[in-house]
Design a protein. Structure first.
Length: 276
């Protein structure tokens, strides 16, 4: 990417956001069809998963917002792409009941198929990756109490890490912390921390009903609520609303050296950039 264009894009965004999070001055892109997740690509572009129409198969796609503000199609023919994450210049996507791998040129293939998972997938949702390439995939189940979290290893082995219990009910957002812990926001509203080695899990926060996406910068965790249309910050046990008014705030991401929070609004069909 042209560094001059990227710097101009960031300067413009930050100048628009001087009035603070949640203001009307935040940079917003429109015209997406149910945008669910966002991720920063190797070139600094912001990649967006678009689910498409609810009852139409294979109209899902991956698009990207380039530094000059233009929007470009990357990959198409997907079912219901949701969580996305980059690793080694490959984009990994949860798509209904499989995980796919997308090259930068838009070609894609199934990376982990339905029948390989130790539990039958119900509703794959978010995805994150550790430094060794292990993918962590949430399955929100019936959105009540039947969810799972899987580890998809580079070797092809797939392990069931966590499943529905008193703490984990309908896991949605997942975020790897220092390759040793997994941060989880449950649709039921709890913020959880799982130990990837012992597989012990504990609750560290609550009150995030409809919890969808997670992002972190140092000791501040950012959480989106799909049902409330709200973005929260969580630090030292204290919760603060930093942006609201979204119709359905989905899977967020911090980009541009953690200076900007990107929020896809699934119902509104928008992607909003917020300077933080």
């Amino acid at each position: 990417m042209n560094k001059i264009l990227l710097n101009l894009f960031l300067i413009t965004l930050m100048s628009l956001s001087l009035n603070g999070c949640g203001s009307d001055s935040n940079l917003k892109y429109e015209g997406f069809m149910m945008p669910e997740s966002v991720a920063e690509g190797p070139d600094g572009s912001i990649y967006v998963s678009e689910i498409g129409e609810r009852d139409i198969d294979k109209d899902g796609k991956i698009t990207k917002i380039k530094a000059d503000g233009s929007i470009e199609n990357v990959a198409s023919g997907l079912f219901d792409p949701k969580g996305i994450v980059f690793h080694n210049d490959k984009l990994y996507v949860t798509d209904r009941d499989v995980v796919i791998e997308v090259d930068l040129d838009g070609t894609w293939q199934v990376y982990a198929g339905t029948m390989l998972f130790p539990k039958v997938p119900v509703f794959f949702n978010d995805i994150d990756v550790s430094s060794n390439g292990t993918l962590y995939v949430s399955d929100t189940g019936d959105f009540k109490e039947s969810g799972f979290i899987f580890a998809v290893k580079p070797s092809g082995e797939i392990e069931l890490l966590f499943e529905g219990n008193d703490l984990i009910k309908a896991p949605n957002g997942v975020l790897v912390l220092e390759d040793s812990k997994l941060l989880i926001v449950d649709w039921a509203g709890d913020l959880l921390e799982g130990d990837l080695k012992s597989q012990n899990i504990k609750k560290i926060g609550e009150g995030f009903e409809g919890g969808d996406g997670l992002a972190i910068n140092k000791d501040t965790i950012y959480i989106s609520s799909w049902t409330k249309g709200t973005i929260y910050s969580f630090k030292n046990g204290k919760t603060k609303v930093i942006a609201d008014g979204f119709e359905a705030a989905a899977d967020i991401a911090l980009v541009h050296d953690n200076k900007v929070l990107v929020v896809p609004d699934m119902k509104a069909g928008t992607v909003t950039f917020i300077g933080i």
